[in-house]
Ligand binder design. Structure first.
Ligand code: CA2
Length: 164
């Protein structure tokens, strides 16, 4: 599912800043956010999270390009297509975090800086969520801050890409 979110700013843009496009990848079941399990994942819907990211992107002068899929192969294809199109990836791979060598290889294959995010603190949950196949190929991981994990992750990737 591809959602285009347009937010307008009245701030004067800083023309010295490098224009950036960030792929935001949401993995399986994250389309259910806001409808079930608010105790674990909060009450924001995925559309609201994408809207918040677009608004934050506007402040940072970056375009965010959100994609959600429940299919591992679609996520792999989207990562491949990101090469040459986006400068970085913000990913919540959902349950594929803990299972997918294919996603890990795709991220390693495109060599795009990637930040892994999770709404919940995966280390405070079941043992099987403590291991991430993504973490070794990501520049960093943010876990446990609800929707703020995404906002912090966006700042982290932009900071990484714009560092001198
Ligand atoms: O905390 C996270 O962001 C997770 O990536 C969420 C995944 C989970 O498998 C990871 O271990 C941690 C699950 C996303 C499922 O989202 C739902 C939302 C509402 C209702 C049911 C599932």
């Amino acid at each position: 599912m591809i959602v285009r979110v347009v937010v307008k700013s009245e701030k004067v843009p800083d023309l010295t800043l490098q224009p950036l496009s960030i792929l935001v990848l949401h993995g399986p079941n994250l389309n259910l956010l806001g409808q079930r399990e608010p105790g674990i994942y909060g009450s924001f819907t995925l559309a609201e999270i994408n809207h918040l990211l677009a608004a934050e992107g506007l402040k940072l002068q970056v375009e965010v390009y959100p994609v959600q899929s429940n299919h591992e192969g679609v996520l792999v294809d989207t990562i491949h297509e990101a090469f040459g199109k986006h400068q970085g990836i913000l990913i919540n791979a959902g349950a594929y975090t803990h299972t997918s060598v294919a996603l890990r290889d795709a991220i390693a294959g495109v060599s795009l800086p990637t930040v892994e995010v999770h709404l919940s603190n995966i280390y405070r949950r079941e043992e099987f969520r403590h291991h991430s196949y993504i973490a070794p190929v990501a520049i960093g991981q943010i876990s446990g801050f609800g929707v703020q994990s995404y906002i912090l992750g966006l700042h982290a990737i932009v900071q990484h890409l714009r560092k001198d």
